[in-house]
Design a binder for this molecule. Structure first.
Ligand code: ZN
Ligand code: ZN
Length: 493
């Protein structure tokens, strides 16, 4: 026992010696961070922001009237909270609309199915389609299938694995992103997938399909059959891009289980499907921006963001109303300090994230001249679960600085994660690709994909205590990064 006490005392001594001689964060700045954490745990400003957004605006699909209302809401909200330089940066985008859907089993056991069109899905022909199911256990099985699917409907069944860090998503999501093209290239009438999600509720999960876009080389994971199909049917795809010509929908997990049980009987399954989705021309979206100007280095920017748009079937509380509330709440706490941080804090609420990171690319394009001034960037877009770890991707000195930051926020239950991460959140991808340093407050995402992109993503799902822990952590990290003079950018970039 005596030994343990002694070693604890040694730790304390060495920690304080370290703080005096070598610390990158002053005791003064650290104390302010601790005060912000305390206020973050007590404040309900961010939580009320989410309540207001999800209640007064509701669903806000990228490019829709609802999303335009969300921008007006955000301008008013930022202004009332006392932020400066509040503005909208508009951009044009192609608009996809969901419309109505009807899906049912025709044979052998007639009954309705709960389904949702995937973003980018085409409409079915007038009167709908009816066809035999071709059952694929996984996207890989469809990818490897060397036969035709003419007159039939491809069905892809693979399940998502539930993991704390959401790591099951990318693999499970391949079928949402690419199955339509594998099915279409083989002549299918349509494609259905088991929803990309971890719940067992009767809510389908929507989400965007990927498509080879104009002027990009990267087209995704496609089989040789798809590559041949693109080359023969869309020789100019690099200029024109490709849109689906068949309906593509996700079934809720219990409906997918039902399909699986019927498939196991060996009976042929016939399904009917009517979808009225499609691309509806160009619309306007926009990013909403607000700032706390820096007191000494106003041109240097710590950029924090979330996305303002949501899927249309819910009020987008965990995706990404929570992020909007977390970064706004944290920045607002910092704005209430007696003096501003050295650097400017810029809050960006990105438009049209769900439909292809369109706001993120527009932001990077419209503010290209300024990218070099962004000293650090991060987005909150993984729900409202508690933060478990701090990751970062920065210079050597910046990484040591973030080690100290983690020491300060450790009482919130936050560990040090990856110290060489390139991830700052989806809307930060275009900036990180240009060498902007990033951090991330990694949340517990165990339950995130139960709600993600379903009609069940509503305000009641946010736990106020977990939410407050997020605000506390963001306020501390953003304050420390913005008040520092550390060069976070790597020298070779
Ligand atoms: Zn999101
Ligand atoms: Zn989303």
């Amino acid at each position: 026992m005596l030994i343990r006490v002694a070693s604890a005392a040694c730790l304390l001594l060495s920690a304080s010696a370290f703080a005096q001689d070598d610390a990158l964060i002053s005791e003064d700045a650290a104390n302010t961070a601790r005060e912000l954490m305390q206020r973050g745990l007590e404040s309900d400003t961010g939580y009320e922001v989410v309540r207001s957004l999800t209640t007064e605006v509701g669903p806000r699909l990228g490019g829709s009237e609802q999303e335009a209302r969300a921008r007006d809401w955000a301008v008013q909200m930022f202004t009332e909270l006392g932020f400066e330089n509040v503005r909208i940066e508009p951009f044009d985008m192609p608009y996809w609309d969901r419309g109505a859907i009807r899906a049912s089993i025709v044979s052998p056991f007639p009954q309705p199915l709960y389904a949702s069109a995937l973003g980018g899905s085409a409409a079915s022909p007038q009167g709908g389609i009816e066809g035999e199911f071709v059952f694929f256990d996984s996207f890989q099985d469809l990818y490897d299938f060397d036969g035709r699917l003419d007159g039939r409907i491809a069905y892809v069944n693979d399940r998502m694995v539930r993991l704390q860090n959401g790591g099951g998503y990318n693999t499970a999501n391949e079928k949402r992103r690419f199955a339509w093209l594998e099915a279409e290239a083989r002549g299918a009438l349509g494609v259905m997938i088991r929803s990309v999600g971890t719940d067992s509720r009767r809510f389908p999960h929507t989400g965007m399909m990927s498509r080879p876009q104009p002027n990009t080389i990267e087209t995704g994971r496609h089989s040789p059959i798809v590559v041949d199909y693109i080359e023969s049917e869309y020789p100019d795809y690099a200029e024109t891009g490709i849109s689906s010509s068949i309906p593509a929908v996700a079934l809720s997990a219990p409906d997918a289980d039902q399909i699986e049980r019927i498939h196991d009987t060996g009976e042929t399954i016939i399904v009917s499907l009517s979808v009225v989705a499609g691309w509806r021309g160009q619309r306007q979206s926009g990013n909403v921006i607000a700032e706390i100007p820096g007191r000494e280095l106003p041109d240097e920017i710590v950029l924090i963001g979330a996305h303002l748009d949501s899927w249309d079937e819910a009020t987008g509380a965990v995706d990404d109303g929570a992020g909007v509330g977390i970064v706004t709440g944290a920045a607002h706490l910092i704005s209430q300090l007696p003096r501003a941080p050295r650097r400017t804090i810029r809050v960006v609420l990105f438009g049209a994230e769900e439909v292809g990171l369109l706001g993120a690319f527009a932001y990077a394009r419209q503010n290209a001249a300024e990218t070099g001034n962004i000293v650090m960037a991060s987005e909150s877009d993984f729900g409202a679960g508690p933060v478990l770890s701090l990751t970062s991707g920065a210079s050597e000195e910046g990484t040591l600085f973030m080690d100290e930051v983690q020491g300060i926020i450790a009482p919130l239950g936050i560990l040090r994660g990856d110290r060489a991460s390139r991830g700052g959140g989806p809307d930060i991808i275009p900036l990180a690709a240009q060498g902007v340093p990033v951090f991330r407050l990694m949340q517990d995402g165990t339950d995130y994909f139960d709600l993600h992109h379903t009609p069940d993503d509503t305000f009641d799902k946010i736990d106020p205590d977990d939410f407050a822990q997020n605000v506390a952590a963001w306020a501390a990290v953003v304050w420390l990064a913005a008040d520092a003079e550390i060069e976070f950018r790597m020298q070779d970039e």
